[in-house]
Design a protein. Structure first.
Length: 451
């Protein structure tokens, strides 16, 4: 099949040719014809399959051949990075058409987004939280909507967006064409498809939890404290030139980025605590090659599309097997080749086994020749218990010092249990009151927190 067989508008064919796409990918070949016929689509497609064009092209075809004013299509995505990515793909595909789009997501000023609504920009690509804020304002009307796309629905679920999605649906006209994409189909997503889709064509490109072909995967067993040294060894050997490196938590991403930079590896960082400006800059510097390494947490795993990304490195084994598939889906996109390396410590064995079960095959174990696996390593981060003990010790010292001062002045000791002490040691009391009811373990450990 070729793109001409799809009878697309000449302006779209010109853009496709400009992008160098020779023929439709599998999902494009299956989704575009029924979508052009007005059918709802349920696409179970993995990342890197070319699914973005499979929903943008049918929308553009209608918007180009039946021009009309107002917002006619809404694409909902889970992350800002994915919104920016889809927006870029849109600009490429719509380059020779008058159709305009706007990206609507949090972390940036809402003013220009409000203008996009007021001017009735044709296509809005949005994350759920910020979109809801606009829809609750008087100007946020989507009454004329003809197309709704829900992209990466399972990620929406992971990120706790399903309630927002249901609220957004109340603002949209019921008579519309809906295209729904999800890499996996957990029960909540299946239920949502029943609520949102009318007699959809179902496209199951590949079994969920399979990794894209064209990717060479390898596991590097190594002790936790030697992971930074092993990563440096892989860089030094020239095995890795450009890499997206994933860590389990934001804290580890920060520490690893600092450490790499100290050793002369230029790298950016991208995670949930970074501002939108910082994320965009890090991504641009990575894409342009200015920074050959980008350290990231899973929040970006689905949103990044870098042409010909050669390496994905799991500095930590993903705890959730699905995340492994999404992380390594960043390389080898659309039938290109790539390598995915996973550094795995003995403590991570169970997670690694879960991944191998999910992808249905064992991953080869590799060692780096000449690397001293018995060297003394270094701690990437101070363990949480140790950090807490250190804070307590400092507070106790402060307290002892101020009491000594007080006694020197003849004021006598401070009353025990004052403030938030509640009968515990003063330092512990202070910690609790600062945590505002949260346990100290709440910081940076859990899945959501760590992203
Ligand atoms: P997606 O799954 O939509 O994120 O697309 C993954 C990558 O494949 C992107 O870099 C697209 O530009 C690229 N792509 C999409 N369609 C095609 C095609 N028909 N031929 C070659 N590459 C494509």
């Amino acid at each position: 099949m070729t793109f001409s067989d799809l009878h697309l508008h000449p302006s779209l064919l010109r853009a496709i040719e400009g992008l160098g796409f020779v023929r439709p990918t599998g999902i494009q070949g299956e989704a575009i014809p029924p979508a052009l016929d007005g059918r709802d689509v349920l696409g179970c497609a993995q990342t890197g399959s070319g699914k973005t064009a499979s929903f943008l092209l049918p929308i553009l075809q209608t918007l180009v051949s039946q021009p009309a004013r107002g917002t006619r299509a809404l694409v909902l995505v889970p992350t800002r990075e994915l919104a920016a990515q889809v927006f870029d793909d849109f600009k490429d595909l719509a380059a020779h058409t008058p159709v305009k789009a706007a990206a609507v997501f949090g972390g940036v000023s809402a003013g220009p987004q409000e203008q996009a609504f007021r001017h009735g920009v044709n296509v809005i690509i949005a994350t759920p939280g910020r979109l809801l804020e606009h829809l609750r304002a008087p100007y946020g009307r989507l009454d004329g909507l003809e197309f709704l796309v829900l992209d990466e629905a399972d990620r929406m679920l992971d990120m706790g967006f399903l309630p927002e999605i249901r609220k957004i649906l109340k603002f949209l006209p019921a008579a519309r064409q809906t295209m729904f994409f999800s890499a996996t189909m957990p029960p909540e997503i299946r239920q949502l498809t029943l609520e949102m889709l009318k007699n959809p064509v179902v496209i199951q490109r590949e079994k969920p939890s399979t990794t894209p072909t064209g990717i060479t995967q390898a596991v590097y067993p190594v002790s936790e404290d030697l992971k930074p040294a092993l990563l440096m060894a892989l860089f030094a050997r020239g095995d890795i030139r450009q890499a997206l490196v994933f860590t389990r938590t934001k804290h580890r991403a920060n520490r690893l980025a600092e450490l790499l930079q100290q050793r002369g590896v230029r790298c950016g960082r991208i995670h949930g605590n970074r501002s939108q400006g910082q994320r965009t800059l890090a991504l641009d510097e990575f894409k342009s090659g200015k920074c050959p390494v980008l350290v990231a947490t899973d929040i970006v795993a689905r949103g990044i599309d870098v042409e010909a990304l050669e390496h994905v490195v799991n500095f930590d084994v993903p705890v959730v097997a699905e995340d492994y598939v999404h992380r390594i889906g960043r390389t080898g996109r659309a039938e290109a080749t790539g390598e995915a390396f996973t550094l795995a410590s003995p403590e991570e064995r169970a997670s690694l086994q879960a991944i191998e079960r999910a992808i249905g095959k064992p991953l080869p174990r590799v060692t780096v020749p000449g690397f001293d696996y018995h060297a003394r390593g270094e701690q990437l981060e101070i363990p949480l218990a140790q950090r807490i003990a250190e804070i307590r010790r400092r507070k106790a010292e402060d307290r002892a010092r101020s009491e000594a001062r007080r006694e020197r002045r003849g004021a006598g000791p401070a009353p025990v249990g004052a403030g938030a002490g509640q009968g515990r040691g003063p330092a512990a009391g202070r910690w609790r009151s600062r945590g505002a009811g949260r346990s100290p373990q709440g910081g940076g450990r859990g899945r959501a927190q760590g992203r």
